[in-house]
Design a protein around this ligand. Structure first.
Ligand SMILES: [Zn+2]
Ligand SMILES: [Zn+2]
Length: 303
């Protein structure tokens, strides 16, 4: 039995002149994600984890109210970044407002009040007692993508969730007009993160277009289809899906760099959420790992 089947790619789209380059996330992103996670949990092998992530997403949404006076980049700085193709809220360059730690504590308190699994409860209690400097160090490591053995894996979902809430607040406050195209087109124009997955849209002005999704700030930015976003080649691109599985999620692999990024087709399931559906389709990652192709997408909840 073949577990993975190759799906024929369609034709390469000719991008029209006037397409939206950025799709700004909604302020209710976490709320929508929580509903999607709850729906995906029904009958899923990872039901408990998906329900935990739904509770986390709800807590993230609540934490947005904690961001009242948050430092934003100056207009001049935004202008300079647009000119030089740099992300103004870069994970390495932008100085984080300490308010993100308030969001973290808010998220932990919210979760502790609900039904948190035993292991999660212990991690939450430990994080609440962790000093600021240590929390900043974990955030630094996570944002730099240094997933070595010193990184506290159990803490990643909580720290990642607080950082996501903070960055979502920043981008939704600044608006899409604040950001320009980057020198490195596969990185997020707002925060410079590598993409989590790509999504083929179904909207009125963006129908059939492919957007890369940011794992940190939830921004989406346009990328042409059937082309490796990491090495720019259009040759040797293949699409894998699970036989008998959902037609809405595929793995787009590149022969040249031996990596893949998941692609979500909204027309097959308009209720999808990039992060939630990435986690729920982990079976596809397991099959891809078996075939020796490396996952490229970053997701704080897939460790
Ligand atoms: Zn981003
Ligand atoms: Zn490639």
């Amino acid at each position: 039995m073949t577990k993975v089947n190759v799906i024929q790619p369609g034709t390469i789209e000719a991008p029209p002149g006037d397409i939206p380059f950025l799709l700004l996330p909604e302020r209710n992103t976490f709320q929508a994600r929580a509903s999607r996670l709850r729906a995906l949990a029904e009958g899923h092998a990872l039901a408990d984890y998906l329900r935990f992530l739904a509770a986390l997403a709800r807590a993230q949404h609540e934490s947005l109210s904690l961001f009242r006076r948050v430092l934003l980049p100056e207009a001049q700085e935004l202008e300079r970044c647009r000119e030089h193709g740099m992300p103004p809220l870069g994970t390495r360059g932008w100085v984080r407002d300490p308010v993100w730690r308030e969001a973290l504590r808010g998220i932990l308190t919210e979760l502790e009040a609900g039904t948190l699994p035993e292991a999660g409860r212990a991690t939450a209690a430990r994080l609440k007692d962790t000093d600021d400097a240590s929390l900043e160090r974990v955030a630094e490591t996570l944002l730099a993508g240094d997933y070595d053995e010193t990184l506290d894996r159990a803490a990643i979902p909580f720290i990642g969730a607080a950082l996501q809430a903070y960055w979502l607040h920043l981008v939704t406050t600044l608006g899409a007009g604040a950001f320009g195209r980057l020198e490195t087109p596969h990185l997020c124009p707002a925060c410079g993160s590598a993409p989590m997955v790509s999504v083929v849209s179904v909207g009125a002005s963006d129908h059939g277009l492919r957007y890369l999704t940011c794992p940190l700030c939830s921004m989406q930015w346009h990328a042409v289809r059937i082309k490796c976003v990491f090495c720019d080649t259009t040759k040797g691109i293949a699409y894998y899906g699970i036989e008998g599985g959902s037609a809405a999620v595929k793995a787009e692999s590149c022969e040249a760099c031996q990596g893949y990024l998941k692609i979500l087709y909204m027309e097959n399931d308009p209720n999808m959420d990039a992060l939630a559906d990435d986690v729920a389709s982990i079976a596809l990652d397991v099959l891809m790992a078996d075939s020796g192709i490396t996952r490229r997408g970053t997701n704080f909840f897939l460790f």
